[in-house]
Design a protein around this ligand. Sequence first.
Ligand SMILES: [Zn+2]
Length: 293
Amino acid sequence: MIDINIGVDIGGNHIGIGIVNEQGEILKKEITDYDNETIKAEEIFRILNRFLETNNTSKVKSIGIGVPGIASGTHIDYTCNLPLSNIEIRDLVKTKLPIYVSNDANCAAIAEYQVTDNKFYNNYGFVTIGTGIGAGVILNGNLLEGSTGAAAELGHMIIEKDGLKCRCGRQGCFEQYASVTALKRKTNLDSLKEIFYMLERNESIQKAFDEYLNDLAEGLTNFINLYDLEMLVIGGSLSEYGYKYIMKLKSMILSKIYNKFTYELNMKPAVLGNDAGIIGASLLKEYKGSIYD
Ligand SMILES: [Zn+2]
């Protein structure tokens, strides 16, 4: 029999809840928007409690939750854009089911690794490029979480010493140069749609984009060098336009990479889009030790 789990994706301005089978197929999905300026933790989990009350969960084996921050066990230590810091999820969710919590980029990484790539690659890296930059790493089938759940926080790796100020308190972080926010700032344009439209028509936008791509390549090369990745998947909103830049990005990375001799770089845009968070969260059970049950 196929197992069924619930996957929850808590984002900056919405919560996505899905009933998902172990093959990663979403059987039912509910998205609720909220305002991250005014929402409270209790309200976010009230949406989940309502979902659990109004749906038949008798066959559900676990609940997996992805959060935009740092979590260990069922405790959310910190999120940067939501009032979810120092929160024990067990106190707020009315269920006896096992709950597993991880960073949202880790969840998306699991979804692409398991559902899209069928666990084919051993050293698997996923990077989400959107408002900020996040990453997930799966090594030989194991999710790399670190000692506090904050492993592979790629966005806060310094690529320029004494560079641009970052919300984490340091200067010159990768996400200050290579996030979609940084790209918009650099091109003075409001949306990716506009940026990729202008890219083919305006020389100064082309130049700005090439500089951006080079910064992106610097950070991603560090990422690949650290873990000797076999596959690197680009997720987040930038992935939608992957076909426009991925070959160029790949050749930039190949010219910078440490192992130039035997390395074959597999790189592609993510395919699961917004569903990756829900799907990956629903599969967390497989990647978490039984101590969390
Ligand atoms: Zn930072």
